[in-house]
Write a protein that binds this ligand. Structure first.
Ligand SMILES: Nc1ncnc2c1ncn2[C@@H]1O[C@H](COP(=O)(O)OP(=O)(O)OP(=O)(O)O)[C@@H](O)[C@H]1O
Length: 856
């Protein structure tokens, strides 16, 4: 910050005092009257981000925003990764006296709570991490809903998948940790992955003592209001209590009060979760398409939720799919029950459409962000419950839905209270008043009638004065700054009676008051203030009544969110003809007529279909088992559909394991513990890694971490380097996956290396498949069918022609190919004058048992 000027006004002294108490990177918004002002560097930063005009008072650069529009600007600053301290007036302003001011809240991307600063459909996590010899320890917290979790794992790579899927808005780290980790006693690829996770995010550093386990235990037990953590199944020295304590400390600092909506702390265990490593989340486009949009992702393809809390639950289920077979089967069976009764399913979804975001409303009410509409949200949701419960009962007493039904609490007396107390239309701001219904409180009605009576008195006065003065245009008006006054236009000034007291001259005339008007004004203000104070007291009582039921409300909201996801999946299953998958502890993966859930929907999109001339997705079968057909090697021309096929198998497996139905005719999944993928090429140049390096990192991760229960999809391993190197690596990877004589991870391996197909003769659990094409007059037609057996050739030149390569290049490529295929290693160059080019000899591989690679 620029140095403060020598002689400061008392107000600026106060400003600097507040500013000194804040960390350096926080923008201070300082309330002055109706504005929040920013000074010096803060003003420059905010004006750049928000497009504000930078002004100067003396030598001090400043930028201001009207307080009622602050939310918009705050949203922009948070989106730019900034943190903001709000400093408000702590007492009513009095003329000639410096108002006391205090920071009331610090807003940061991970701790903001206001509805317009949060994506309703997404969870919003603040996450703290530590790494030591024992492993990676993490705690994460969604302050908007109160979800609070800890996790620890000796292997950082087991924890990073879920953290990546949670996509925290802000990280809390020990000062200097990013640098220290470089020399941590862990696998380098894990450290690399940890940096890759942290560096693109907003990281806030705190001193190490905030992360101490003993301190964390104290902080966490205090905030949860418990004596120990046994009730949550957590040991008192759980290593993630350090990060958990740091989170609570940071949240408390930012809220300028203790977070009031933390009720429990749950442990996340990677051993109970299907792990999707960060590369797989990206490659399979689970949460985001490769273009970085939600559109085109699996999440968006299977999201049919009608409520924000439902959309967030779906995101959580996908981020950490459970390995609990009974739970998966329960969800899948519930989808079936809902699907079987379309009438009541439709009804249920209609009721759910009117349900509001209870978890976030509770979060805001508990953390002092209160407005009348939030209470309206609770009222409107409670009023849907009788209908929702009746609809659920219609599915019959033996339905599994009845257990969900019994978790819904109607809370009739709270509903009755809110309905009788709250007006139908509610303002967003407490200061606006008029949110308590007339008739609810006789005292409030009396105060309000005083205001109304006074207003009638004013209009009577206006009429009377018009008659007395003969000025027909005489008006009684009101402004916030000025109060009530009589306005007389210039033309009538000569008619003004002597008892009028002139207060202000305007362009068009003069403003006056009278003694009577001044007395009445006081009465009106007094009555309005009293009415508003009474309303606010009634509001506080309503908030207290709601918070008394917060546990029941939260449980009900969780159940509604679950119903919403499941009902959405039933609709999805009906829309796209999904089947109920069979899940077991076996080791097979059998999909009959499987389809890619995202591509199938995209093909039906008229805009996409028009460009392709086709609208239907061709289904394909899959049969894998870790003890028999373990490794499917898929060859076929470019563009045939290999990548789509292997991804669809991974996505169908994932859908089955979250409890959703699957795009297939039938589907049987032996539980999968991890899904790995190595697909396509992506650069990580910013971190100094080439395409090939990224590819090898991801492959190393798979080979080091896959178990017999894993599902692996590999697309064109080795393509990022020379043909010989690439083929050798691909070959060795296949052998490695098949090294155990009995069993190995179920694997789909798409490749252009025809040579690999010869491995079928030598590796008992490897099966060759190809994606068929039809050839017609030197042109190819894609039929998108996966058939047993290896592809005969790759048709690259025909595909290049489809892509519009100049015909001279195509013809020349054909000549070169013919020569290469006839094993003639010399190719005539078109110009007789130039020497002969000698492309590398075509590779043929004849594997031998132990020294296969020698033959390359
Ligand atoms: N079963 C299918 N039904 C309909 N369209 C499909 C099917 N499979 C793939 N496609 C479409 O074919 C195109 C090519 O598919 P894909 O990228 O999977 O081919 P590929 O064999 O992996 O190609 P390359 O080897 O060049 O990477 C995609 O646009 C995809 O939408």
């Amino acid at each position: 910050m620029s140095s403060a000027p020598e002689k400061l006004t008392p107000m600026m002294q106060q400003y600097f005092e507040v500013k000194r108490g804040l960390p350096k990177d926080i923008i201070l918004m300082f309330r002055l009257g109706d504005f929040y002002e920013m000074f010096h560097d803060d003003a420059a930063t905010a004006s750049k981000i928000c497009g504000l005009t930078l002004t100067k008072r003396g030598e001090t650069p400043m930028a201001g925003i009207p307080h009622h529009a602050a939310d918009n600007y705050i949203t922009k600053l948070l989106a730019a990764g900034k943190k903001i301290a709000i400093c408000d007036q702590a007492e009513p302003a009095k003329a000639g006296k410096l108002v006391r001011r205090a920071v009331t809240r610090i807003l940061s991307p991970g701790t903001t709570l206001a509805a317009n600063q949060l994506d309703a459909q997404r969870n919003h996590y603040l996450c703290a991490l530590t790494l030591d010899k024992a492993g990676l320890h993490a705690a994460w917290l969604d302050l908007s809903t109160g979800e609070f979790r800890v996790a620890t794992d000796a292997r950082p790579e087991n924890l990073l998948p879920v953290l990546t899927a949670l996509d925290p808005a802000e990280l809390i780290l020990i000062e200097g940790d990013l640098e220290r980790w470089k020399t941590a006693p862990h696998d380098q690829s894990a450290i690399h992955a940890l940096h890759a996770f942290c560096e693109p995010r907003l990281c806030t550093d705190l001193p190490g003592y905030h992360f101490e386990t003993a301190e964390g235990l104290r902080t966490v037990t205090t905030i949860l209001g418990v004596l120990n953590l046994q009730g949550f199944g957590l040991a008192h020295d759980h290593p993630a209590l350090g990060p958990a304590g740091a989170l609570v400390h940071y949240a408390t600092e930012n809220l300028c009060a203790k977070p009031e909506n933390l009720r429990s702390l749950q442990e996340y265990r990677s051993a109970r979760t299907l792990l999707l490593d960060p590369a797989t989340l990206r490659n399979l486009e689970i949460f985001q398409s490769s273009r970085g949009t939600r559109d085109g992702s699996l999440l968006s393809a299977i999201n049919r939720t009608g409520t924000a809390a439902g959309a967030r639950l779906l995101e959580r289920w996908l981020a950490a799919p459970t390995l609990d077979l009974a739970e998966i089967q329960r969800r899948s069976a519930l989808v079936g029950e809902l699907l079987a009764d379309p009438l009541h399913l439709g009804e249920l979804r209609e009721w759910l459409d009117n349900v509001r975001d209870i978890p976030r409303i509770l979060g805001r009410l508990q953390n002092r962000l209160r407005n009348p509409r939030e209470l309206g949200g609770i009222r409107d949701t409670l009023s849907q419950l009788p209908a929702i419960r009746a609809t659920l009962s219609a599915f019959g007493p033996n339905s599994q839905l009845s257990s969900l039904n019994s978790q819904l609490e109607e809370l009739p007396s709270l509903l009755q209270l809110l309905t009788s107390a709250l007006a139908d239309a509610l303002p967003n701001d407490l200061a606006d008043g008029n949110y308590i219904r007339a008739g609810h409180c006789p005292e409030l009605d009396r105060l309000r009638s005083l205001t109304t009576d006074n207003k009638t008195w004013l209009s009577d006065l206006e009429r009377g004065e018009q008659e007395r003065t003969g000025i027909r245009s005489l008006k009684i008006k009101f402004t916030n700054n000025f109060g009530y006054y009589i306005e007389i236009t210039k033309a009538n000034l000569h008619l003004v009676p002597p008892d009028y007291i002139r207060r202000q001259t305007t362009v068009n005339g003069e403003r006056y008051v009278t003694e009577d008007l001044r007395t009445k004004e006081k009465e009106i203000f007094h009555a309005e203030e009293n009415a508003l104070a009474r309303e606010q007291a009634l509001f506080a009582a309503l908030v207290a009544a709601v918070l008394d039921e917060s546990i029941a409300l939260a449980r009900t909201a969780d159940t509604l969110a679950e119903l919403d996801v499941l009902a959405g999946w039933s609709v999805l299953a009906r829309e796209w003809d999904y089947c109920q998958p069979v899940l077991d502890e076996g080791d097979t993966l059998e999909i009959i007529e499987g389809r890619h859930p995202v591509v199938e929907q995209m093909l039906k999109d008229p805009a996409v279909a028009a460009g392709r001339g086709t609208t239907s997705f061709v289904p394909n079968d899959t049969l894998l088992s870790s003890t028999d057909a373990q490794l499917a090697l898929i060859t076929g021309p470019n563009m045939a559909g290999k990548s789509t096929y292997i991804r669809q198998v991974a996505l169908i497996t994932l859908l089955a394991q979250v409890g959703c139905w699957t795009p297939a005719k039938t589907c049987r999944v032996g539980l999968v513990d991890r899904i790995f993928s190595r697909v396509g090429a992506s650069d990580d140049l910013a971190r100094g890694n080439s395409t090939f390096m990224v590819e090898m990192n991801e492959t190393a991760n798979i080979l080091n971490n896959a178990t017999d229960r894993s599902l692996i999809i590999l697309d064109e391993i080795g393509r990022g380097t020379s043909t010989y190197d690439g083929l050798s690596i691909a070959w060795a990877v296949v052998e490695h996956l098949h090294r155990d004589p009995e069993r190995g991870p179920r694997t789909l391996f798409a490749t252009h290396y025809q040579e690999l197909t010869q491995l079928e003769k030598h590796l008992a659990r490897l099966r060759n498949f190809s994606v068929a094409v039809k050839e017609w007059n030197d042109e190819i037609v894609f039929v998108r069918r996966v058939i047993p057996g290896a592809a005969d050739r790759s048709y690259g030149i025909q595909v290049a022609r489809l892509a519009g390569l100049p015909i001279t290049v195509i013809d020349r490529a054909k000549v070169i190919l013919q020569k290469l295929e006839s094993d003639d290693t010399s190719v005539e160059l078109p110009s007789a004058a130039t020497p002969k080019a000698r492309p590398k000899k075509k590779i043929t591989v004849t594997p031998e048992d132990n020294a296969q690679l020698n033959l390359l």
